[in-house]
Design a protein around this ligand. Structure first.
Ligand SMILES: CC(C)(COP(=O)(O)OP(=O)(O)OC[C@H]1O[C@@H](n2cnc3c(N)ncnc32)[C@H](O)[C@@H]1OP(=O)(O)O)[C@@H](O)C(=O)NCCC(=O)NCCS
Length: 150
């Protein structure tokens, strides 16, 4: 990992940068500010950010466990830093955190054509739960559900 980069817990002051990064990583469907605000309020202790001292360059967000189950709600690395092992590091960090809380099962959704994400999740041990679910997030928003037992 480049020396200036650190993975750390999110703070409230990160919110504007987080919104900027989310829009950069998901240009066709970023979370609105109010959604990220509420994720921070509800799950801030399950969010990690990648920080270079000036900007937020990545983040991962999980839900707090509910009956030993957590969802990964988002993972993003800024386009210029992709393919350097940072997404994998952020996932490993949040999975360690969930494991330490006694989480037994982790679930997530991914666009079936998002090869880089699907390959990453598979390499971490996630397996698809059946075929992609049609219109899962609304019309033409199909998603593959994946799960991992910790
Ligand atoms: C998906 C994403 C988070 C991956 O982060 P990343 O830092 O680029 O991934 P890593 O460098 O840690 O790669 C880990 C592994 O994933 C796979 N992978 C990552 N990018 C890939 C690509 N473009 N093609 C094929 N496999 C890829 C590889 O197996 C890779 O391991 P390797 O480099 O040892 O071969 C990043 O591409 C991203 O932010 N994309 C936009 C937002 C997004 O789609 N998020 C996921 C939503 S479910």
């Amino acid at each position: 990992m480049p020396p200036l980069l650190q993975i750390r817990a999110v703070t409230e002051a990160d919110l504007p940068e987080l919104v900027r990064l989310d829009t950069e990583a998901f240009p066709s469907g970023p979370y609105p500010y109010f959604v990220l605000r509420q994720f921070f309020d509800a799950y801030g202790d399950h969010m990690l950010v990648l920080d270079d001292g000036a900007s937020i360059l990545g983040y991962v967000l999980a839900t707090a466990p509910n009956r030993d189950l957590s969802w990964i709600l988002s993972l993003a690395i800024t386009p210029g830093l992709q393919r350097q092992g940072l997404g994998r590091k952020m996932m490993a960090g949040i999975l360690d955190h969930l494991r330490s809380e006694g989480v037994k099962e982790v679930r997530l959704t991914v666009e079936p054509g998002n090869d880089s994400a699907v390959v990453l999740y598979r390499s971490l041990g996630f397996t698809p739960e059946g075929a992609p679910r049609k219109d899962y997030f609304g019309l033409n928003q199909h998603r593959l559900l994946m799960m991992l037992f910790l």
